[in-house]
Design a protein. Structure first.
Lengths: 74, 241
């Protein structure tokens, strides 16, 4: 075997999909977390897309505004 | 090199854009590695069996929730004290991700509680203070959304965030101060951890993944907030992005 886990200093165990009978709780936790993370990423992408579309309709040239781009505080 | 120039939203915007891919890709790799380590290498616990594997998402989420609250309050405080717009925007960008991790922590904690304690929820000190943290995040977001003027919204949010910081040490020390159902700390700043090395490795990889994920999404949201708040959004697209 090319990649022997015991040579690397650990034992690789195939997990029991039923999680010793606790599958609902374990997989439920990971699926819930995954759904929230995916939702956050997708909603951010949609927000960015909407802003980009809004931006493209804005016709103020950057060269006009560049002078005020280095302000630090309001 | 003048680092202060990055305190300007217009200057920080392109820098954030360059940093996002690094944090996002590294986070995805670490999530894969952490889950692999947690499910394939970490052994089954002799007492909790495989139910303990919830730890690899529950604990990093709980740590991130507390850390993000402290960061949010610090940025909000700096923004309020020094009238620094970028700091206030950063606080607004952190809040939804902090809420998300607090919710993950509460739900995965409840799902872990049922097989180990026999109940999804008890009004235990650790769980109640974490629920208060969730309400503080929601309150911060709601307060900022309710005020039309962004500067007034930032100031009001900063007051709430700074007052709420007191809840973070309460969450952390609740298991020592009160006799709670929640188990004590298995990883300590001083002293050896009371957790097996393969489990600890998976936990730390997942913590790093959650941390890098948070940085990536906060930077993406910060860029959106900068665009939304600046009246002439087009300059950020055209000036060196």
């Amino acid at each position: 075997m090319l990649l022997d886990s015991r040579r690397l200093g650990f034992n690789m165990n195939w997990p029991d999909l039923s999680m010793s009978g606790y599958g609902f709780y374990v997989w439920g936790s990971y699926i819930f977390s995954l759904v929230l993370i995916v939702w956050e990423v997708v909603s951010l992408k949609q927000r960015k897309k909407a802003l980009t579309q809004q931006q493209s309709s804005n016709t103020v040239p950057a060269s006009v505004l560049r002078g005020s781009a280095n302000e630090t505080t309001s | 090199m003048n680092l202060y120039k990055y305190a300007s939203p217009a200057t920080f915007y392109p820098l954030a854009g360059k940093m996002i891919p690094f944090f996002a890709i590294t986070s995805a790799i670490l999530f894969a590695a952490g889950l692999y380590w947690g499910f394939f290498i970490a052994p089954t616990d002799f007492q909790q069996k495989d139910a303990y594997r919830i730890i690899f998402i529950h604990v990093p989420a709980a740590w991130m929730a507390m850390l993000l609250y402290v960061l949010m309050a610090a940025y909000a405080g700096i923004g309020w004290a020094f009238n620094a717009r970028l700091s206030s925007m950063m606080a607004s960008a952190i809040a939804p991700t902090g809420t998300l991790f607090t919710l993950i922590s509460l739900v995965t904690g409840a799902l872990w509680g049922k097989p180990t304690w026999g109940t999804y929820w008890v009004w235990d000190a650790r769980m109640t203070s974490t629920l208060i943290l969730f309400f503080l995040f929601i309150g911060f977001i709601s307060l900022q959304s309710a005020i039309d003027d962004p500067r007034r919204a930032d100031r009001a949010g900063a007051v709430l965030a700074l007052v709420g910081v007191i809840n973070v040490p309460i969450i952390y020390f609740s298991v020592q101060w009160w006799n709670t159902l929640h188990q004590g700390a298995t990883i300590r700043m001083l002293g050896k951890p009371t957790i097996a090395a393969p489990m600890l490795t998976a936990l730390l990889i997942m913590l790093a993944a959650c941390w890098l994920y948070s940085v990536a999404v906060v930077l993406i949201r910060l860029r959106c907030i900068i665009l939304e708040r600046e009246q002439n959004a087009s300059r950020f697209a055209e000036v060196g992005v």
